[in-house]
Structures are given as C-alpha cells and as structure tokens.
Design a protein around this ligand. Structure first.
Ligand code: NCD
Ligand code: ZN
Length: 357
C-alpha cells in the first residue's frame, strides 16, 4: 500500500458546537472527526450558545478545549447585534479572527445593517483578519468596508460565480482579500437536493452547475479549502424546520485527493489550500513533528455510517472517495491509527491560549 505523507491539515472553518449545542457535536467528538479527516488544526466559529463574543467567553471556550480537544484548535470571536464592538475587538489577541455573519445563517449572529457593520470594521484591531459570511451583493458591501477601514478580509465559503469573479477583480487591483471554498460547493449543486433533501441544505445553499464550475475554473483565486463542518442531528434534519449545515471534516481530503487524481488540482495546490495558506492567513504557529499518512490509492464509496462526528451522517455517502487517512502524528505522538483515535482528551493545544487565560 503506497503511503503518502502530508503535513497535518488545517481547516479554517468548523462548528464544534460547544458550549450549548453539544447534542450535535462537542470539542472532543469534533476534534476526533478532525483527526480522522487528517486535520491537526481546526478553527472554530463563534455561533455557539452563548456566542463567543467577549474575552470572558473566549477564555471559557479555551478552558473547555484545553480539557477535551485531541487536535489543536483556534477560536473566532463573533460580532453580535448587542455587544459593543470594542468589547469584541478587545478579545482579538486571543482569537484567530473576527467572524461576521452578514447573510442568512444558523443561529442569531446575523448583522446586516450598515451602521453596525461599519462599527465592527472600524473597531477591529486584529491581529487576525475579519472573516465574513457575505453572499451575493453583501460581498461587495464587505469588500468596500474592508477597503474603507483598511482591514484584511477573508471571505468564507464562496459559492457563486459572481462572487469568485468579484474577488478575482479585488485581488487583481491589490486589495488584501483572501477566500475559501467548501468541498460541498465544489462537488454538489441544487440538482442534488432531490436526492439529499434536508441533508443537502446549508448556507450558502447549493448553487447551479455554472456556479460550481466557476469555483473549479477560478481555483487559483481560492486560498483555502474549508469544510464549514456544521453538524446537526438526523432528527433535527428530518424535523419540520431543519437547520442548515452539513458535516465535512471526514470527507474533505478524499474529495480533494479525487480532484488531484482527476487532474483538476495538483498535489502542491492541495497542500497550499489545506495547509500553507490557512497557516499564513491566520498566522498559526508551526506544529513540529506533525504529519499524516494517507493510503493514496484507496478507492471506495463514502459509507453511510461509522463517522467520528456525533452527527453520524454525511451528504457524500455513496459518492466516490480517493485516499484514506491511515495515521496521524501530532508533535511526535501517534494520535490516530486506522480508524482509532489514540489521543487523550485535552492533548490538543489551544491556539492563542496564553493571550486569553
Ligand atoms: C452553519 C451552522 O450550522 O452553524 N450552517 C451552515 O449552513 N453553514 C452556520 C454557517 O456557517 O453559516
Ligand atoms: Zn460556518
């Protein structure tokens, strides 16, 4: 079996659901899913209950992760409608960035009025970028705000042709903007909704074939592959009001390795988008003696069950996968081997810990 050795991957966009939503996932199960997917660092979003909007809440999340995480974790702080932007900015040193939800999302963190948005763009002092969920015309608004307030902008889960083309224009004229795309927007479209039903519902919603193709055609503009791992339970997905979001940590690498196999992406590009670029954008510390080993020739269909994520399902079940993570070594320690997580809860490190606790 030919083993491919890659750096420990970095997922700059996951929802580990703790505190407040641990029936969906928690910091242990979510980081187990990360290791199973070949990720040794994940960056967690602030739409928990309560939201990560102040230094105190960031410190509380940090303590939870320090006790439970099995890979390294960084945390975003989030803008809310009822927190003073300067309070959120004060937590910046311990966070990987500021997340602002400008478009429709799961949870209560959406901000779409100019006065509040501008206040956050004015107040943020870094050191991380402002990461925005800003779809369609809202993307133009955020690019303008970033320019006006001289902020580094990272656009999460780009899904539309018009969006990736606008980001290309902004980059071409020298704006300091980066972006990410998800495997589900690269592989699925509205047409899959018939088959997937609520299991194919997420924000941004699956788009058209032309949008999907545009992401592949403009992959040089896409800095990171991010899963937007957004676990919800099966009963929630099958309820009358299913929440948007799909798990993705355990399927991203085999999907991107399939793209390498099919000649749509080089291995160097994969490493850039799943390791080098997220590390640079979020200024993450190096992980010495850390790597993953992948059975590079494994061909199989994704299973319907057997996942590490508490959600226990995948929108990619039954679809072709390429490569399987065999082993993960984090700071010289074997933490995952052939389907088993070997790391003890709390053995992962929290990024920015010293700055917050
Ligand atoms: C995310 C979630 O469930 O937290 N859902 C989603 O559809 N992507 C929220 C988000 O990232 O907008
Ligand atoms: Zn998300």
């Amino acid at each position: 079996m030919p083993l491919l050795r890659l750096p420990g991957l970095i997922d700059p966009h996951v929802h580990l659901r703790e505190p407040g939503l641990t029936h969906k996932e928690d910091l242990f199960t979510g980081t187990c899913a990360a290791l199973a997917g070949g990720f040794t660092t994940v960056l967690d979003m602030p739409n928990t209950i309560p939201p990560t909007s102040t230094a105190e809440r960031l410190a509380a999340k940090t303590r939870l992760a320090a006790a439970q995480a099995v890979c390294d974790v960084g945390f975003f702080v989030g803008a809310t409608n009822d927190t003073d932007p300067s309070l959120v900015a004060a937590a910046g040193a311990g966070a990987c960035g500021l997340k602002i939800y400008v478009s429709e999302t799961f949870g209560s963190l959406r901000i779409d009025d100019l006065a509040t948005l501008a206040a956050y763009f004015a107040a943020w002092q870094g050191p991380g970028p402002i990461a925005v969920h800003a779809e369609d015309v809202m993307l133009a608004a955020c690019l303008t705000l970033a320019e006006v307030y001289n902020q580094r902008l990272h656009v999460v889960h780009v899904s539309l042709k018009s969006e990736i083309e606008l980001i290309r224009q902004a980059k071409t004229r020298g704006q300091h903007v980066t972006c990410e795309a998800t495997p589900h927007h690269l592989y699925l479209t509205q047409a899959d909704l018939q088959r997937l039903g609520p299991y194919g519902d997420m924000r941004p919603a699956l788009a058209t074939e032309s949008d999907r193709q545009a992401l592949w055609d403009n992959l040089d503009i896409v800095d990171c592959i991010a899963t937007d791992h957004a676990p919800h339970t099966r009963p929630e997905k099958e309820s009358d009001n299913p929440p948007p979001g799909v798990p993705g940590l355990e399927t991203a690498l085999p999907l991107m390795l399939l793209a390498v196999h099919e000649g749509r992406l080089t291995m160097d590009d994969l490493i850039a988008k799943m390791h080098d670029n997220p590390r640079r954008i979020y200024n993450l510390p190096p992980q010495p003696d850390t790597f993953i080993e992948v059975d590079a020739e494994a061909r199989y269909d994704f299973p319907a069950s057997g996942w590490q994520t508490r959600a226990g399902w995948s929108p990619f079940a039954g679809m072709p996968a390429h490569g399987r993570v065999q082993r993960v070594v984090l700071r010289g320690r074997e933490v995952y081997d052939e389907g088993r997580v070997l790391a003890a809860p709390g053995s992962g490190q929290v990024i920015g810990e010293l700055a917050t606790v």
